[in-house]
Design a protein around this ligand. Structure first.
Ligand code: ADP
Ligand code: NA
Length: 330
């Protein structure tokens, strides 16, 4: 109950990257050399992207992560957006994490990650939140681009203080990690369809057959996941690209939210999932009580934000501000 009176604060323990975009006619094949037609360098990393989305959605957010000295401008950029970066570590022993992204004219992407400073585990705050006794927060948002032990330590701390926990397990952890994961500490799982299938396979569950359209299929996958051990109290949101999302809420309610109506072509889906996740958490933070209507409203806003995001180039830069999202919904 201690959390109820405080103004909500989202903690993100996650990655901060320099993203290098190579615009290519098609994704490069083994043995092939391709010239890129255009090159850009931007801020990225799922932790930084999702923290940016929470901030742009108008909610309080603190990012805990690490960069090398080549990442100082990223930290400044996050601060400008409104992310609390006072506990972001700048360390000269590792380069900032880096993503090499191939991007096709169709908006397809293909990514290589170098972990760099994201995998530092000192100072101790990077490994576990207990290292910062004054740290208090109402929501925790996690991905999988920092050391696994840190992700698990942050989750169990959040659970012990009664914070709402949201996990976007991307890239997908190993089967052994997923099998041992403390699912009971998790409030919300945010995944895409590939991740649901990967999760089911890792947990040894049989994915149901392919009857019906994408929404019906995803609903069946979520029901199967929900039936796994430890999932009784986990709500699941599965994003479906151009098909929007399906969510399985407490009391087993299934919700479908169609994708936003676009007013232009899909330019760049990089970061759409991150925009969605951050906006969704901000929506949970804004809700007074988590009624089904509150949850639906958070999902609708997150889908609208992601729809704006895919129509613009880049990750962080393409995340819309709350006013833009509200304007589209009014
Ligand atoms: P990820 O990038 O993590 O795989 P998705 O592709 O499911 O995630 O996209 C996340 C969200 O972004 C979707 O739920 C949807 O709201 C939005 N989105 C993605 N692609 C499109 C699209 N082509 N048209 C409209 N919205 C899209
Ligand atoms: Na984008």
């Amino acid at each position: 109950m201690a959390n109820v009176q405080r103004e909500p604060l989202c903690l993100v323990r996650g990655s901060i990257n320099i993203d290098e975009f190579f615009h290519v006619p098609t994704v490069v094949q083994p043995g092939e050399t391709l010239s890129s037609t255009h090159f850009e360098r931007r801020a990225g990393g799922k932790g930084a992207n999702q923290a940016s989305a929470v901030a742009k959605a108008g909610a309080r957010v603190k990012l805990i992560g690490a960069v090398g000295e080549d990442g100082m401008h990223l930290v400044q950029g996050l601060r400008t957006i409104g992310v609390d970066v006072s506990d972001v570590v700048i360390d000269d022993s590792e380069p900032t994490g880096r993503a090499i992204i191939q991007l096709t004219p169709e908006g397809e992407n293909c990514i290589i990650l170098h972990k760099g400073a994201n995998f530092l585990s000192t100072p101790p705050l990077l490994a576990a939140p207990d290292a910062h006794p004054g740290l208090s927060y109402t929501h925790l948002l996690l991905q999988n681009e920092v050391p696994w032990d840190a992700t698990v330590a942050y989750l169990s701390h959040a659970s012990s203080i009664g914070a709402t926990t949201v996990w976007n397990p991307s890239p997908l952890p190993t089967p052994a990690q997923l099998q041992a994961f403390p699912w009971a500490s998790l409030s919300w799982l945010v995944v895409n369809e590939g991740e649901v299938r990967g999760l089911l396979a890792a947990l040894g569950a049989h994915a149901p057959g392919g009857a019906g359209g994408p929404v019906a299929q995803a609903s069946a996958l979520l029901q199967t996941l929900h039936a796994q051990r430890g999932f009784a109290a986990v709500s699941i949101v599965c994003t479906l690209g151009a098909h929007g999302l399906v969510a399985l809420l407490p009391h087993n309610d299934t919700v479908h939210v169609p994708a936003a109506k676009l007013d232009g072509p899909v330019r760049d889906t990089t970061g759409a999932g991150d925009c969605f996740a951050g906006y969704f958490v901000a929506g949970l933070m804004h809700a007074r009580e988590l009624s089904p209507e509150d949850v639906r409203s958070a999902l609708v806003r997150a889908v609208e934000a992601a729809g704006l995001c895919v129509q613009r180039p880049g990750a962080v830069e393409s995340i819309p501000l709350r006013e833009e999202v509200e304007k589209r919904l009014s």
